[in-house]
Design a protein around this ligand. Structure first.
Ligand SMILES: Cc1cc2nc3c(=O)[nH]c(=O)nc-3n(C[C@H](O)[C@H](O)[C@H](O)COP(=O)(O)OP(=O)(O)OC[C@H]3O[C@@H](n4cnc5c(N)ncnc54)[C@H](O)[C@@H]3O)c2cc1C
Length: 285
């Protein structure tokens, strides 16, 4: 699939392209619509520390290229791609290089959150690097019971948090099994972040929650530039356009790279309507 030209064309709905140059093109187009981006180089769970070092180099290059082309140097990465399954210290050293570079360019590194097996190590790593460089932030998942404590701790240290629902299948011992509980917790944590967080990011396509965020911010006189919404490239473009046109800050998570297939399949699986969208385009070919 990853090398088929037809499949590649279909994937462009959710993935900016195979190459950094394509991703920069998409980023400039989005920027012209008044929307910011964070670049993600696709690929998780590398097979060796050599591969982790290669991933780090791609990110170092991407940060500089964003900056050189007049865009904000903002990237999102996964620690397993930076070698966490092999060595915490080596992984930390890889991320440190990137955060140091980002700090020098006035940019920012967001460390995505993976499954609960990684939560504590991810928070430790982000907290340590933030104390030294700033320029790095965390992601907290509303599905986990521990998240309120994590948000309080991160906010106390003025570490930026992106709040999302959580994309991993977790056991009931650590996460709310029912989606309605996850949604309710998301709203509670979102309000906490809007009140006490350091420039929080509300990452969801859930229009009901987005409206609650808008209402809460208005009610509590929280300025529209004190937080941002975040969404995935290609998802709920109608909602994206509305928020941008109404003066809200919006950042799109823009993935690129050759290893797009697992990411693409996750986006399809989340919503059956996407499969119809793809099928319709297939028949148009
Ligand atoms: C910017 C960003 C960064 C993220 N980072 C992480 C991370 O670091 N770790 C992590 O675990 N998860 C991350 N996620 C994923 C997140 O946890 C959810 O799995 C994902 O966003 C779907 O949840 P939702 O909030 O959109 O709500 P849902 O309740 O899943 O969806 C609400 C509505 O959004 C729309 N929608 C949702 N998904 C799709 C789709 N694929 N196609 C079309 N419409 C859709 C539909 O209208 C749906 O009814 C991130 C999400 C975003 C937006």
């Amino acid at each position: 699939m990853e090398t088929s030209p037809l499949a590649q064309r279909l994937a462009t709905r959710f993935v900016a392209g195979d190459t950094l140059a394509q991703a920069l093109g998409v980023a400039h187009r989005i920027r012209s619509e008044g929307i910011a981006i964070t670049l993600d180089h696709l690929g998780e769970s590398v097979a060796s520390l050599e591969e982790a070092a290669q991933a780090r180099d791609v990110y170092l290059h991407a940060l500089s290229a964003l900056h050189d082309s007049g865009l904000e140097g903002n990237v999102s990465l996964k620690l397993t791609q930076f070698g966490l399954d092999f060595s915490y210290d080596q992984c930390r050293a890889n991320v440190e290089q990137l955060v140091r570079r980002a700090a020098g360019l006035n940019g920012f590194v967001r460390v995505d959150m993976e499954s609960s097996a990684y939560t504590q190590r991810t928070i430790d790593l982000v907290t340590g690097l933030h104390a030294r460089y700033g320029a790095v932030g965390a992601v907290i998942q509303a599905c986990l019971y521990r998240s309120r404590n994590d948000i309080e701790e991160l906010s106390r240290r003025a570490i930026r948090v992106r709040l999302c629902k959580g994309a991993y299948l977790e056991p009931a011992s650590v996460a709310f099994p029912r989606k309605s509980d996850v949604d309710r917790n998301f709203v509670d944590l979102m309000k906490l972040l809007l009140r006490h967080g350091a420039y929080p990011a509300i990452a969801t396509h859930d229009e009901n929650i987005v409206r609650q965020a808008e209402a809460y911010a208005a009610e509590h006189h929280i300025r529209r530039d004190a937080f941002e919404f975040q969404m995935l490239y290609g998802i709920r473009r109608d909602l994206q356009r509305r928020l941008a046109s109404e003066g809200y800050r919006l950042r799109l998570y823009v993935p690129f790279g050759k290893a797009w297939y697992p990411y693409y399949m996750r986006r399809l699986a989340e919503r059956p309507a996407n499969v119809f969208f793809i099928a319709r385009n297939l028949f148009r070919q």
